[in-house]
Write a protein that binds this ligand. Structure first.
Ligand SMILES: O=C(CO)[C@H](O)[C@H](O)COP(=O)(O)O
Length: 262
């Protein structure tokens, strides 16, 4: 099956496989949402079945919860688990400071709550997700349905006042109807092009009545596992860059590290 993977899926697969090796027996693990996180959940399911790995998983969406159960992972709520040892999730973009845009899959609210409740957050991403400046990917903002158009107008006004480059706001649709999140909210995607001050933007967005949460993850991610389509993986954290090898056939050489320097 894996011989048929597209180059991007191979990259996602190797990143997810390498991150799955960070999970240890007894851990309470936040399980991300999206196609990369789905590889992680499948790999953890294999480890549960084959190695008898015992973990409690806290999913970040109903989709991930269903997949984790299918894979035989014990699923618990965040409140049952309390503080988590590790969360592993995908991202739409990451920069050199490991700040992120997330929410392309519409699960940003649970993802941010779960990641924030974790001792450590590791992002798994194909190399195309790395950017010099956040904002090429539309920034998702979760809003309550009540007064949605007014909230959107307030966001647009704020973007103008902040002199943000691109200012297009677009309600996310699911066919003919607005996309609805697991919490029953809607998403407005902000097409900004480049976000000069992500920290400020994240704080200001959340001050607007009607905004529930935004997809900027600032100072939350501790490490990014970057996957390449040739099977290579690299680890990024804010202080160093290291690289290793993984194979897209599912076998792992994850302990081979090579220092890439600056
Ligand atoms: O934030 C997310 C879901 O809300 C995802 O992690 C993000 O959209 C990346 O998805 P994928 O792994 O499919 O590229």
């Amino acid at each position: 099956m894996q011989a048929e993977l597209s180059p991007m899926d191979k990259a996602k697969f190797v990143a997810a496989s390498r991150a799955a090796d960070l999970v240890e027996d007894g851990m309470r693990v936040g399980l991300g949402t999206g196609s990369t996180a789905a590889w992680l959940v499948r790999r953890l399911g294999e480890r549960v079945r084959e190695e008898g790995l015992k973990i409690r998983g806290v999913p970040t969406s109903s989709r991930t919860a269903a997949l984790a159960r299918e894979e035989g992972i014990e699923v618990v709520s965040l409140d049952e688990a309390g503080w988590l040892d590790l969360t592993i999730d995908g991202a739409d973009e990451f920069d050199a400071d490991l700040n992120l845009i997330k929410g392309g899959g519409g699960a940003l609210l649970q993802e941010k709550i779960v990641a924030t409740a974790s001792e450590r957050m590791v992002v798994i991403a194909d190399a195309a997700k790395e950017v010099a400046h956040l904002g090429r990917f539309p920034l998702p903002v979760e809003v309550v349905p009540f007064g949605r158009d007014t909230t959107e107008a307030l966001i647009a006004e704020m973007l103008e006042a902040m002199d943000v480059m691109g200012r297009e706001t677009r309600l996310r649709m699911d066919g003919e109807v607005p996309f609805v999140t697991d919490e029953g909210n809607h998403i407005i995607d902000l097409h900004l092009g480049r976000i000069g001050r992500p920290r400020q933007l994240a704080m200001i967005l959340n001050q607007i009545p009607g905004v529930v949460e935004n997809g900027l993850f600032i100072d939350i991610c501790d490490m990014v596992v970057v996957g390449h389509s040739d099977g290579r993986t690299e680890l990024r954290d804010t202080s160093e860059v290291t690289a290793g090898e993984d194979r897209p056939d599912g076998t792992s050489e994850a302990n081979i590290f090579r220092d890439l320097g600056d």
